[in-house]
Design a protein. Structure first.
Length: 204
């Protein structure tokens, strides 16, 4: 009888917890990467816009760029506000996007106010993007293979382009437009490259 009682006693169960925490983390990361892909595609489109815009029409280019920024911000706001469980971070990002929309609308009507600073803004953003990509490469690329070399070289090239954009002398507006367009396109391609590499690492 004593032996039967022992056999019927169930073994203590492990404490309940998430079945696959890695999956939930990866899902959040993938949601963020989807937004970054959309932003990179918009950045690519903006670069193409700078390349094909009429020579010297920087004001018109700024207006269309402001429209692209508004579209990107609306996409971000919809993404963060439609989530079932909104966090403080979601509300902060939505608020910042709202401010960007207001600023973009203002510059649509007054493009001359930002026209002298377009080169500086693009150069600074390019340098920051290159540094972020460099950090991501050192963090996620454990193997020193060809992908590591390409990633490091790409990040370094983006940083150099940003520095060149800041240090370059003022030249014809048409040349500046094409330079900005080329840098934005390279920046978008680099972003998509890092997104693909990071998503592969997260999926492993």
């Amino acid at each position: 009888m004593r032996k039967q009682a022992v056999e019927k006693t169930p073994a203590p169960s492990a404490p309940a917890g998430p079945k696959n925490p890695v999956f939930s983390i990866t899902k959040r990361v993938m949601d963020l990467l989807k937004n970054k892909i959309i932003a990179s595609l918009l950045l690519f489109g903006q670069g193409v816009l700078f390349l094909i815009a009429p020579s010297g029409d920087m004001a018109g280019t700024i207006r269309i760029s402001a429209g692209i920024i508004i579209l990107a911000c609306v996409i971000m706001i919809v993404f963060h506000l439609k989530r079932a469980q909104k966090t403080v971070w979601d509300r902060i990002i939505s608020g910042l996007c709202g401010l960007l929309i207001a600023a973009a609308v203002f510059f649509i009507f007054r493009p001359n106010l930002i026209e002298p600073y377009v080169k500086i803004v693009v150069g600074a953003v390019t340098i920051v993007t290159g540094l972020v990509n460099l950090f991501h490469t050192l963090k996620i690329e454990k193997k020193k293979d060809w992908k590591f070399v390409v990633s490091i070289a790409g990040a370094a090239a983006i940083i150099v382009l940003g520095i060149f954009m800041l240090a370059a002398d003022e030249g014809p507006i048409a040349v500046a437009q094409r330079s900005i367009g080329s840098i934005l396109i390279l920046n978008a391609i680099a972003n998509i490259w890092y997104i693909v590499q990071f998503s592969r690492k997260e999926g492993q």
